[in-house]
Design a protein around this ligand. Structure first.
Ligand code: GRF
Length: 191
């Protein structure tokens, strides 16, 4: 299973996927890391692990179609089969959605359909919900709207600060994401 990870943040989920591969819990390889932010911590993590990185500035392209065409070529050149979004803060457009139909997945830090979009943990915290969680879903053209693959709940305790919730959510993400990716591989093989 040949993966590209698209990420724009610190890259803890990228690391979790790489660790799962190294530990033999995920039978895959990551042949490309794509980031749209030059200052994203994930880039250094990818370079340390000798994963090819493509960093692009969306503003230097005329539109989304133009940069997605370039990204598609980068993926195809490396034989990428699945695109794993891990903190990539952009909607995926028709160019990539068509080329990788049902092969783009995302992880989101809430129990979708609750709290889509930015700062899902902050949204849950503000609403004082007692249970939030993590969702892994297929990507469609909406914001965190695609079919849900798996979810796991996280309890928000009365004494929790936002940072505590973030820590608990991340701990769940780092186990759930590799596990779901492995299950997608198993499903594909049984077809
Ligand atoms: C994760 O919380 C993920 O759910 C969201 O973006 C965050 C990325 O974090 N989509 P990291 O860069 O993997 O640490």
């Amino acid at each position: 299973m040949n993966l590209a990870v698209f990420a724009s943040g610190t890259g803890s989920n990228f690391d979790a996927v790489m660790n799962a591969i190294e530990n033999g819990n995920l039978d895959a390889r990551v042949s490309l890391l794509v980031s749209d932010r030059i200052d994203a911590g994930v880039i250094e993590k990818a370079q340390k692990r000798h994963v090819d990185t493509v960093v692009f500035n969306p503003k230097s392209f005329v539109n989304k179609e133009a940069f997605e065409r370039a990204l598609l070529a980068d993926c195809k050149d490396r034989g990428v089969e699945w695109i794993i979004l891990a903190g990539y803060m952009r909607l995926i457009g028709p160019t990539l959605l068509t080329a990788y139909e049902d092969r783009i997945v995302n992880i989101h830090p809430s129990l979708l359909p609750a709290f889509p979009g930015k700062d899902a943990i902050g949204q849950a915290f503000e609403k004082k919900v007692k249970i939030t969680g993590v969702t892994v879903h297929f990507v469609d053209d909406g914001m965190d709207t695609g079919p849900i693959i798996d979810q796991e709940a996280v309890r928000i305790e009365a004494q929790d600060r936002k940072e505590d919730v973030e820590r608990k959510i991340q701990a769940v993400e780092h186990v759930l994401y590799p596990r779901v990716i492995q299950s997608l591989k198993a499903k594909e093989e049984s077809k």
